[in-house]
Design a protein around this ligand. Structure first.
Ligand code: SAH
Length: 413
C-alpha cells in the first residue's frame, strides 16, 4: 500500500540545542532556519528552534530577530518539532477554530470549479494547503480524513463538524491507520467520526462508477491521485488489448473498457481487489475484463517466452523505495519491470508507467525508463508526463511532494 511518506532536506542540520525557555504560543527560528523558512521550507527540527517546543499547539513563528514570519504547529513528541502553516495577519495568533475554518474553506474553494462534477476528490492536501498533517478526501457523501500531526488530531472537534456541514457529508471517517503516526506518538486506527457507518460508496468519475470501501480500501479508500492517468488510458484504449499490472480494483482496466478497449486483463495478488474489479465491470455494464490473481513478477516471467502482446500496458506498482537507502534496489526493480513490460508491447503499443515513491524524483524515474528501453529492438518515444491531479498540488520547495510520476511511452515501429 502506498504511504504518504515523510522526508526532508538531505543534509543533516548542525545540532545547536535550543537555549531559552519555551514561550507558549510562539516558536522562534534560529538564523539558519530563518533563511530556510524564507525559501519555503515546510518542516523544522527541534535544533532549528531557539527554545524547546512546549505543547502540540498552533504558534506564531518569529525569526531569529523576533520578527513575525507566519503560523506554525508544534509537536513535542515528534522529530518534526514545527510545521509551517502559512501566513496570517501579522502578530496575531488565531484560535483553533478560526485557523482551521479559514484554511479548510480556502482549500475547498480553490478546488471548486476545477474539479467539475467529480464525486471523488482530494479536498485538503497537507502542506500544499497550509494544513500540514491533514488530508481530506471526498467520496460523494463520505469524507475520509487522514491525520499525521498531533495538533491536528487534538483539533478534530473543530475540524469535523465544520467539514461535515460545509460539504453536507453523511459520514466522516478517520483513516488514521498509517504507520507514520507512530513518529508522532499517535495510535493507528480507523474510526467513524460523524454520521452513519458506510462500508461502501459508489463514485462517478466522468460517467464511470467506482466502488470505494472507505474503511478498508487502500489509502483513504481509492487512488484518487491517478484520475488524470485514468482519463488518458480511457482516451488511448479504443480497440486495444490492455494489460493492467498491479491493478488493485481495476480502475485502469475499467477506464480502458469504458474507452472502448477490446479487452483488459487486470493482474493483482489481492483476491478482494480483483473481486471489486469484477463487480465494477458488471456495475458499469462493461464486457471484456479478465482478472488474474498472481504475483506480477511471476506473471511477467510466464509471458516472457510466449507470443502474447498488448497494445496498452499500465504498470502501477506499489512504492518500491520506502526510504532513500532503498533507492538503488528500487531503481533496479523498476527498470527490470519496465523492460519486461516494454518487451510485451505490440507494434505501436503504449506503456503507461508509474512510480509513487517519494524518494524517486521525476528525473530519476525518466532515467530509469531510458535504461529500461536501452537495447530493445525498437525505439521508444516519451509522449507525455502525467502527475496527480490538480486536487493534489505540489509544494514547490518540497520536491518529494511530487510523489506520483507517470510516463506515457510508445513503441515506435
Ligand atoms: N493501479 C491501481 C493501484 C495499484 S496499488 C489503481 O490505480 O487503483 C498496488 C497494487 O499492487 C495493490 O493492489 C497490491 O495488492 C498490488 N501488489 C503489490 N505487490 C504485488 C505483486 N508482487 N504482485 C501482484 N500484485 C501486487
Amino acid at each position: 500500500m502506498r504511504n504518504e511518506q515523510r522526508t526532508r532536506r538531505p543534509q543533516k542540520p548542525k545540532p545547536t540545542p535550543p537555549t531559552g525557555p519555551a514561550t507558549p504560543g510562539q516558536a522562534q527560528l534560529n538564523e539558519r532556519a530563518t533563511s530556510l523558512w524564507r525559501r519555503g521550507q515546510a518542516w523544522f527540527y527541534a535544533d532549528d528552534l531557539l527554545a524547546p517546543v512546549a505543547a502540540a499547539e498552533l504558534v506564531r513563528v518569529v525569526d531569529a530577530e523576533g520578527r513575525a514570519c507566519g503560523l506554525g504547529m508544534t509537536s513535542p513528541q515528534s522529530k518534526l518539532a514545527l510545521r509551517a502553516c502559512g501566513a496570517w495577519a501579522e502578530g496575531v495568533l488565531p484560535c483553533r477554530e478560526a485557523f482551521f475554518h479559514t484554511r479548510l474553506a480556502a482549500a475547498i474553494d480553490r478546488r471548486v470549479g476545477r474539479l467539475g462534477t467529480q464525486d471523488g476528490a482530494r479536498l485538503v492536501h497537507g502542506e500544499a494547503d497550509d494544513l500540514p498533517g491533514l488530508v481530506v478526501d471526498r467520496y460523494g457523501p463520505v469524507l475520509v480524513i487522514q491525520v499525521t500531526a498531533s495538533f491536528v488530531e487534538a483539533s478534530l472537534d473543530a475540524i469535523v463538524p465544520f467539514l461535515a456541514e460545509r460539504m453536507g457529508a453523511e459520514t466522516v471517517i478517520a483513516r488514521t491507520d498509517v504507520a507514520i503516526r507512530k513518529l508522532e506518538g499517535l495510535p493507528q486506527e480507523v474510526r467513524l467520526l460523524h454520521g452513519a457507518r458506510k462500508e461502501q460508496v459508489e463514485i462517478d468519475e466522468d460517467g464511470l462508477l467506482h466502488l470505494v470501501e472507505p474503511f478498508t480500501g487502500h489509502k483513504t479508500g481509492f487512488y484518487l491521485d491517478q484520475r488524470p492517468a485514468r482519463a488518458l488510458v480511457r482516451e488511448l484504449a479504443k480497440g486495444r488489448v490492455v494489460l493492467d499490472l498491479f491493478s488493485y480494483q481495476g480502475a485502469f482496466s475499467l477506464s480502458a473498457l469504458k474507452g472502448g478497449a477490446a479487452s483488459a486483463t487486470a493482474v493483482d495478488q489481492s483476491e478482494r481487489a480483483l473481486e471489486l474489479a469484477q463487480i465494477g465491470a458488471q456495475r458499469n455494464g462493461l464486457l471484456g475484463l479478465a482478472v488474474e490473481r498472481a504475483n506480477v513478477f511471476d506473471y511477467l516471467r510466464g509471458l516472457r517466452d510466449g507470443d502474447r502482446r498488448f497494445d496498452l500496458i499500465v504498470l502501477d506498482p506499489p512504492a518500491f523505495a520506502k526510504s532513500r537507502r532503498e533507492l538503488d534496489g528500487a531503481l533496479r526493480g523498476y527498470r527490470d519491470l519496465n523492460r519486461q513490460a516494454l518487451r510485451l508491447l505490440a507494434p505501436h503499443g503504449w506503456l503507461v508507467t508509474c512510480s509513487c515513491s517519494h524518494h524517486m524524483t521525476p528525473p530519476m524515474f525518466e532515467d530509469m525508463a531510458r535504461q529500461a528501453a536501452a537495447g530493445l529492438p525498437f525505439k521508444i518515444a516519451l509522449h507525455q508526463r502525467v502527475g496527480a491531479g490538480a486536487d493534489h498540488p505540489v509544494w514547490l520547495s518540497m520536491p518529494e511532494s511530487e510523489y506520483l510520476k507517470t510516463l506515457v511511452l510508445r513503441r515506435i515501429d
